[in-house]
Design a protein around this ligand. Structure first.
Ligand SMILES: Nc1nc2c(ncn2[C@@H]2O[C@H](COP(=O)(O)OP(=O)(O)OP(=O)(O)O)[C@@H](O)[C@H]2O)c(=O)[nH]1
Ligand SMILES: [Mg+2]
Length: 460
């Protein structure tokens, strides 16, 4: 499906720089360039891209710039359309004049993600690969970019298609058997699908989908990062730990209890996982008004955090203040950290805490390797190597579609458990079938496409 529209955009950022890149894609591309470019262009058809050097000439026959064109003919381009990429000098005055000439000669300004959308409609990419491109552009760490590349690869795509195919086949078998049982109840050649059998098969499907969702959520950690609150009673070394991780004196450290009053934030790349760290005021029954505000801020941060670092001081006894903090964190995803292990041990922990397998560090000297290992285990435990052979879905829309699917299966399961006859709920199986197709990117609606592509940058 080739586009009627010819679109253009500045691919590089709109600031003065050495070189800028303008992309044009669509049926009028060659015709419009020939109006203001002084060299001849390659003739259709060409399988390979070609470079052409020449000048851009304005209405007054003046040379605006010397440029290099990279010319592609459809379908051998990223979008599958005729495409020319103009490398010009990065003076914004020049860039704007060239863009003006392109627009005057019949192109439209591209919207966010519109080039990728053309590629999608021309079958150059499916939705998951299109999303992987966006992930690649926005990846906050090298690991996140590796994951995006993993999702872009044809091998991953094949594995994902196979998985969805396997699940769809199982589902279709259930749907078909229900239909035959309803339409030809007297026919002996087909098994009679009882609610119990249907339940078992549904559980198998749910298990596969559950695994996919759990892995996909873990992968998201690399892309979006994790909010971590560093909490504990005063003086246990929270700010020291923050500084040690960031390798900068970001928070004030002192031997006085109650030093930190405001939340201090910093970003740390833990083996590719972006941690968004918040050092907080030590939690205790504060008397002074400023410290009271600090403590209440600590509690707010703690509530919003996805992971807690609960710090204890090896050189002090397990106290009421520690218990107070423990009560706030015990039901959250928490790493219990015993700090100051270089000092003489006074801390004797209750069994409840020991059972959580606390780790020991010396924040002052930066001995925090165990912490890194534990966090990685906690956040991405099932992921193994990030080049894991199992496919995953990194996008929010895919994950919410997956959740919708699992919810739908749960509803059918409940209905079956309440012994509602299969013929009454056969329509619900059809819903699962369509959700599966949407998940695979094979069925979609315009609204979903708009959401997906609007997250792209201009020029992509
Ligand atoms: N010996 C030793 N001292 C440490 C260690 N970590 C921190 N300290 C010291 O403990 C004192 C308190 O450290 P901070 O990092 O300010 O403690 P905090 O938990 O942020 O304290 P508040 O902000 O008051 O809640 C400072 O004197 C640090 O130098 C450690 O691993 N070993
Ligand atoms: Mg502090």
């Amino acid at each position: 499906m080739f586009s009627e529209k010819t679109i253009t955009a500045l691919v590089t950022i709109p600031i003065t720089q050495n070189v800028a890149l303008i992309r044009i894609s669509g049926p009028k591309t060659y015709n419009l360039i020939s109006k203001f470019f002084d060299h001849s262009l390659p003739k259709y058809p060409q399988k390979k891209s070609q470079l052409v050097f020449g000048n851009i000439i304005n209405h007054n026959k003046e040379i605006i710039d010397q440029v290099l064109l990279l010319c592609f003919y459809k379908p051998h381009s990223f979008t599958g359309e005729d495409v020319i990429e103009i490398s010009c000098h990065g003076n914004l005055f020049i860039v704007n004049q060239i863009l003006q000439l392109i627009l005057e000669n019949g192109a439209e300004l591209a919207r966010e993600g519109e080039f990728t959308k053309q590629a999608f409609f021309n079958g150059k990419l499916n939705l998951i690969q299109a999303q992987a491109i966006n992930d690649l552009i926005r990846a906050p760490t090298l690991s996140a970019s590796k994951l995006a590349l993993h999702n872009l690869s044809p091998q991953t795509q094949k594995k994902f298609d196979k998985l969805i195919e396997k699940i769809t086949d199982k589902l279709l078998k259930i749907i078909a058997t229900i239909e035959v049982n309803i339409d030809y109840p007297e026919y002996d050649g087909v098994e009679l699908l009882t609610s119990k059998k249907a339940l078992n098969r549904l559980q198998e499907i749910k298990q596969e989908l559950g695994k996919l969702l759990s892995l996909s959520r873990q992968v998201k950690v690399y892309q979006e990062g994790v909010k971590v609150a560093i909490v504990g009673k005063p003086n246990v070394g929270k700010s020291t730990l923050l500084n040690s991780l960031l390798q900068e004196e970001k928070a004030i450290v002192s031997p006085l209890a109650g030093t930190t009053r405001d939340v201090v934030e910093g970003k740390y790349n833990l083996k590719g996982i972006p941690l968004i760290l918040s050092d907080t005021a030590g939690i205790r029954g504060a008397k002074n008004i400023v410290e009271k505000i600090g403590v209440s801020r600590s509690q707010e941060v703690l509530e919003k955090a996805e992971l807690i670092f609960f710090l204890l001081d090896n050189s002090q006894i397990w106290s009421k203040e520690d218990i107070k903090v423990w009560k706030l964190v015990k039901n959250k995803k928490t790493v219990i950290i015993i700090n100051k292990i270089d000092l003489k041990k006074k801390l004797k922990l209750p069994n409840e805490i020991l059972a959580k397998n606390p780790i020991s560090i010396n924040a002052k000297n930066g001995e925090i390797k165990d912490l890194e290992t534990r966090v990685e285990q906690l956040l991405v435990k099932d992921l193994g190597n990030i080049h894991s052979p199992y496919p995953f879905l990194s996008q929010s829309w895919q994950q919410s579609k997956l959740q919708e699917l699992i919810k739908q299966i749960d509803e059918i399961t409940q209905a079956l458990q309440q012994e509602i006859p299969l013929d009454i709920i056969s329509g619900d199986f059809q819903i699962v079938f369509h959700l599966l197709k949407e998940l695979s990117g094979k069925e979609y609606n315009g609204k979903l496409l708009d959401i997906i592509f609007s997250e792209f940058c201009l020029g992509k």
